[in-house]
Design a protein around this ligand. Sequence first.
Ligand SMILES: Nc1ncnc2c1ncn2[C@@H]1O[C@H](COP(=O)(O)OP(=O)(O)OP(=O)(O)O)[C@@H](O)[C@H]1O
Ligand code: SF4
Ligand SMILES: [Mg+2]
Length: 342
Amino acid sequence: MSPLLAVEDLSVSFVRSSLLDRLINPFPLPGFNVVDGVTLSLMPAETLGLVGESGSGKTTLARTILGLVQAAAGRIVFEGREIATRSDFRAMRRRSAMMFQDPVASLSPRLRVGTLLTEPQVIQGLPTPDRRAAAKALLALVGLPASFVDRFPHELSGGQARRVGVARALAMKPDLLLADEPTAGLDVSVQGDVLNLIAELKRELGFATMIVTHNLAMIRHVSDRLAIMYLGRLVETGPTQEVFSAPLHPYTATLIRSEPIPDPRRRSHNLAITGEIPSVFRRPSGCEFHTRCPLVQSRCKTEAPLYRPVGADRMVRCHFPLQTGGQERKAVSRASANQRGN
Ligand SMILES: Nc1ncnc2c1ncn2[C@@H]1O[C@H](COP(=O)(O)OP(=O)(O)OP(=O)(O)O)[C@@H](O)[C@H]1O
Ligand code: SF4
Ligand SMILES: [Mg+2]
């Protein structure tokens, strides 16, 4: 089977400049890659979790895939066809949907839910003879009562607004859904409901999904594969359960171990990642994770590791990937020691 979406060596560059910079410097400033050489693919009906800390370039990558941000380099291939022109992106967007990071802010406050739900069809010029009935059917799909067609966005709870966001994204029956932090800002009790809803609808309707999140614990049960991003680059990809049971990259291992453990007696295992996230505008030399890596060695500070395959379907960017229990224990005990020193 060939991928629905393939991203090849994609880079996105932004210029870091203040007004003062632009006034005192008449020459164009250099761009910095906030997404750098990303290669990944998504099979039809597959769910990929894209995970990384704040500022790692997740939203920029998702927006670039849909042509909302211009790439500096690389290729986007949708159903085997390269997407290059504006009209290619428009055609691809008709088959795709994006749930934005802040769905309530992205819903127009003056429009009722019924209008918001059918707006995508109207914008795309599709016939919608009975908009009210179409909106009620979408509400039913996401488990909300038909009476919600007359509500305004401010009359919805966080979880209900997210469900409306899911319904709106699915209005065009997309083949690809890019969901940016679909559970951010929600009560923990509702977060699982929203992700389960996306997973259930995916099974029913068969679309492929890329879910962007900080929340590794949440994504674990709904994604088929994981892609871990650090400073705009992928550092590890692989099947979700394999990545969880045997992470290869020390960053992935630290992220998994820093997930909150509800039992307070086990708090000593609750490792947080240490050190500041470096800026993409000032990348560390060598391996970019070396300033925070519990396994750093002298080679890491000068030589950038390649992104290379490990086994059939995993990739890692590390000189010394975690493959043995001994190495992993060492990583964990060093991280613990670092934390005690903080
Ligand atoms: N329009 C822009 N101009 C300049 N820099 C930008 C712009 N948009 C994003 N950035 C920078 O690009 C980097 C990646 O940002 P992005 O929003 O993609 O990260 P993210 O992983 O989605 O973070 P978060 O988890 O906080 O949403 C950040 O350093 C951000 O400051
Ligand atoms: S290359 Fe070195 S610093 Fe980078 S992740 Fe691997 S062990 Fe850590
Ligand atoms: Mg983001």
